[in-house]
Design a protein around this ligand. Sequence first.
Ligand code: PLP
Length: 409
Amino acid sequence: AGGRHLESVLVAPGVKGKKVLAFKRDGLKKNETVTGLIHDIVASSSARSAFHVLDLAKVVDLYAGWRRALPGVRPFYVVKCNPDTALLGALAALGAGFDCASRAEIEAVLALGVPPAAIVYANPCKPGAHVAFAAEAGVNVTTYDSEEEVAKVKRCHPSCELLLRIKAPDCGGVKVDLGLKYGANPDEVLPLLRAARRAGLGVAGVSFHVGSGASRAAVYRGAIEAARAAFDAAAGLGMPPMRVLDIGGGFVAGAAFGDAAAVINRALGRYFGDLLPTVEVIGEPGRYFAETAFTLAARVIGKRRRGDVREYWIDDGVYGSLNCILLDSYVPRPRPLAGARPGEETHASTVFGPTCDSIDTVVTGYQLPEMSVDDWLVFDDMGAYTTAAGSSFNGFATSAINTYLAYSS
Ligand code: PLP
C-alpha cells in the first residue's frame, strides 16, 4: 500500500517508538491480514485484555483515495473522532491538516510537530481560556456562528480570523445531525458578517457540516450553494474577498465516498468555478479516516447458560470503546477470532460489557458458536467515535485499552 508513503508514516512522530508488537517490518508474512495479526498478538500472550489494532496501510490507502477523488480539497482530520497519536502522526506525515476543538486537541497536534497554520480551531463556541491558548500557540483561524463568539474572539485573540459556520440546508440521512446545535441560519448570515466587521475581525471564509455519517451524497450540493451565498453576502457588504471554503465532514469510506466526491466536485465547479483560483477548499473528515482503520479484539471473561441462550461477558463495553453503540448508532457484528467451523452450530447469544450496569450490553439474540471463557471476539470498523468517548466507569479505563500498529499488505 503506497510503499513510499508508508515509509514516511512508519517514521512519523506518534508512530515511531510506539509499542508495535504486531508489526514487524521484516518478519511480517506477505498478505498478512489484521485478523492474522490479532491471532499473533493473542498467541504471543502480549495481550491479556481488550485491544485495538490500527492498520496503517489502510490509513495510507484512504489518504490516497481522498487525494484521487477530491484533489482540490485538503483534508483537516478531526481529532475528536479518534485522537490516537499514531493515527494523528500518520495523517500528519501524509500531509493532512487538523481540525481541533479544544486546547488539549491543539496541544496533541502541535506535539507532533504540526505547524499551527495547519490547524483550524473548528469549534463555533469555545471557552475563552482555550481561545487565549490558541492565540499563544499561533492557531489563527476559528469558526463562529454567534455574535457572542465574535466578542469573545476579539477579547481573547484579536488577530484571529473567522470562518462563518453556516447550517447545511439538508441534513437528511445522516447518523448525527450537527445542525441541531451549530450553523447560522440564512437570515443570520448578514448580521454575523456585520458583527465581525464591527469588531475588526477578518472573515476568511465559510464552513459547514452536513452531519456525521452522511448516507446521501446530495446533501453536499445544497450546502456548497449556501456557502456561495454567504461568500456573495460578504462581498455585498464590501468585506475583503473570502478565501477559504471548509466543506466539513460526514464522509464514509467506500462507495458512498465516491458518490459524495462526485457531487462535491460538480457543485464546486458550478458554484465556485469563478472563485476557485483564489479560494482554498478544505474538508474536516473524521469517520472517513478512522472508522475502518481500527479493529477491536475483546476477551470473553465470563459465561452463563440460560436455557438455549448463551450469555457472555467481555472486557470492553458501552462505557468503554463500544460506547459507539449508544452514541454513534454502531451496529456490532462480533465474530469469533477462531472463525466459523463448517457446519458448526450457533446459538442465540447475549454479550455483556464488564461493568455492573445492565445497560452495558453489546448484543442480544445474536448468533454465535459456542464460546468459552478466554476466547476472543473481533469487532470491525471500530475507529470512529469509540475510544475517544469511553470512560473509566466502574474502574474499567478505556485509556488502558492498548492499540497495536499493523500494516496488512
Ligand atoms: N467537523 C466538525 C466541526 C465536527 O463537529 C465533526 C464531527 O462531529 C467533524 C468535522 C467530523 O465529522 P465526520 O466524522 O462525520 O467526518
